[in-house]
Every structure is written in structure tokens, then in C-alpha cells.
Design a protein around this ligand. Structure first.
Ligand SMILES: [Zn+2]
Length: 316
């Protein structure tokens, strides 16, 4: 009888605890989600990031920024070449900015730097005559919904030297790096490189750079860094110089090296207890010392740490 009493009491207590848990869980989940979103929010938004801006970089080259995205526009004798439309809101704003700055000029060629939909949507707004993509890109687009993609008219792979309206645009096929459809763009006459999703200027990576194969990615950076250029244009945030790309490479390599050291101390992911604090203590102080003043360091540190540990542990 006594056993039954306690058993019932435990059941009741357990039931109440479960009910309370079920009641507060959605709120907790919301809180956790809210906290994570609030933590990363300042990486993507803020003064100097929000808004649009068309900026000349040389006599023939412009860059257009739409919030944290940025693309490249080349003014050639046959019309404009736009590399990466990104999305419909961006191309709509770009079209208006181009009409004001370069009235009467139409878009001749649109080039996609890689297949990712956040770089390849909204191109129809620009009404280009020619649309160029990597030959492997349609394989991905055929697997996923792509509601606002303007389908390419021309597929290419391997390094390319294109002469469009008197301007030489070299495409470097970077292989398996950030997808296996990624090109970097070199304009020798302008001493300029546009390297979408391959580097940033004094800004840490967003969430470890999604869809990245690190060995190929670092090799891609080395290929681009070996070119003879001055102006480095990334596809996000500010414009810089060649040294900024080298600094970015160093930051990535430091993160990976420290992740290797952390694994040597605490073991590979999920093999021992209390690993996360050892990982953090090994990687955070030296990274903060060197890169603490870069944009997004605090917001992205944990996400980048997890990506580096995972990449080192699994080999990608
Ligand atoms: Zn991408």
C-alpha cells in the first residue's frame, strides 16, 4: 500500500514536472532561438551594412552593394557585364542605380560565379543577352527548386579568358572549393579581382563559410592571391586590397591549426567528455588576440569554432 502510495506520488510528481516542462519548453526554445538570432544579427546588419550603394572602382568597373551583398559591373563597348545578380530585390535596385549613373547602357552579359541560389536569383530583371554559368551548375539546379533563376545560355568549365567589348575578363575555375562550380574573376587591365565567397575584408567568416571544402578552398585562395592585382572585391561587405585576401587566408589557417591543437588535447568530436571547453580555451584567446577587432568576431566565433573542429575531425 505504502509502495503504491509512493509510486503514485512519484507518478503525480513526474506528471506535474512533465506538464511544466511541456509548458515552458516552447518558451525556452523561443528564447534559445531568439538569443542565437540576436547574437548573429549584428554580423549581417547595422550602420554601413544596410542600404545600397553603386561605387566606381576604376574607369570601367563598378561594384554595387545591397545590404551585406556586393557584385561587380563592367562597362564594356558592347554593354554592361554583371557578375552575380544575387536576388530580385538587389537587381531591381541595381537597375535603377545603373539607369541613373550609366543612362542608356544595357546589360550584355550576366555571369554566375557559382550555382548557389543567393548569388544566382533575380537575373531576369537585368534582361541580359548572354548568361554564363559553370557547366556543373545545372546538375544542382535540377535537384533543387530555383523559382527565380534565369537559365544560362552558355555553360563553361575550366579557366577562361573572355574578351567582352574590349575588356579582358579571366575566369579561374577553382574546382571543389566553395561548391565545385566556383569561378574567381581577374581583370588584368583594372588590376582587380572579384572573388565571390572566397574572402572578406577584415571580417570573419559567416558560420564557417557554408558549403566549403577547406583544402580546395585554401588552394583557391592561393591561386587568386598569386595574381598580379591591387583591388580585392569580395561578394560581401567592404572592398579591400590584395593584402586583405592574404590576411583572410591567414585567419582561416590559424583557426584550423588551433582546431587541430584543440583536438590533439581533447580528442576528436564526441569521443570524450568536457571537450567543448578545451576546444574553446585552446582556440579563443589566440584568435581574439589577432582577430578580435575584425567585424563579426564575437558573433561568429562559436559557429566558426564548431565548423573548424568538425572540418579537422572529419577531413573537409
Ligand atoms: Zn556561395
Amino acid at each position: 500500500m505504502k509502495d503504491l502510495y509512493w509510486s503514485n506520488k512519484r507518478t503525480v510528481i513526474g506528471g506535474i514536472a512533465l506538464a511544466v516542462l511541456l509548458l515552458i519548453l516552447p518558451a525556452c526554445k523561443g528564447l534559445v532561438l531568439n538569443t542565437v538570432l540576436k547574437t548573429v544579427e549584428p554580423y549581417f546588419h547595422g550602420p554601413g551594412i544596410d542600404g545600397t550603394e553603386l561605387t566606381p572602382l576604376s574607369e570601367r568597373v563598378y561594384t554595387f552593394r545591397w545590404n551585406w551583398y556586393r557584385n561587380l559591373i563592367v562597362d564594356t563597348d558592347v554593354g554592361l557585364v554583371v557578375i552575380d545578380p544575387m536576388n530580385r530585390e538587389m537587381t531591381t535596385a541595381l537597375k535603377a542605380a545603373l539607369a541613373a549613373r550609366l543612362p542608356g547602357k544595357s546589360v550584355h552579359t550576366l555571369i554566375y560565379s557559382h550555382y548557389h541560389l543567393d548569388h544566382t536569383s533575380g537575373g531576369a530583371v537585368l534582361s541580359p543577352k548572354v548568361v554564363i554559368a559553370h557547366s556543373k551548375s545545372p546538375d544542382y539546379w535540377n535537384d533543387i527548386p530555383h523559382p527565380d533563376l534565369l537559365w544560362p545560355t552558355q555553360l563553361v568549365e575550366g579557366d577562361q579568358v573572355m574578351m567582352i567589348g574590349g575588356v579582358e575578363i579571366r575566369l579561374l575555375d577553382l574546382g571543389l572549393s566553395h561548391t565545385d562550380t566556383l569561378f574567381a574573376f581577374y581583370l588584368p587591365s583594372e588590376r582587380l579581382v572579384f572573388a565571390p565567397d572566397l574572402g572578406l575584408v577584415k571580417t570573419v567568416a559567416p558560420a564557417g563559410v557554408p558549403d566549403r571544402y577547406v583544402p580546395g578552398y585554401l588552394a583557391g585562395i592561393e591561386r587568386v592571391a598569386a595574381l598580379d592585382f591591387d583591388i580585392f572585391v569580395p561578394s560581401h561587405f567592404g572592398v579591400g586590397v590584395r593584402q586583405d585576401l592574404l590576411d583572410w587566408r591567414d585567419m582561416l589557417e590559424d583557426g584550423r591549426r588551433l582546431a587541430r591543437e584543440a583536438i590533439a588535447k581533447a580528442g576528436s568530436f564526441g569521443t570524450r567528455s568536457s571537450q567543448m571547453s578545451t576546444y574553446f580555451q585552446t582556440v579563443y584567446p589566440p584568435m581574439r588576440e589577432k582577430y578580435g577587432d575584425w567585424h563579426g568576431f564575437d558573433e561568429m566565433f562559436i559557429l566558426n569554432l564548431v565548423r573548424d573542429i568538425e572540418g579537422e575531425a572529419l577531413g573537409h
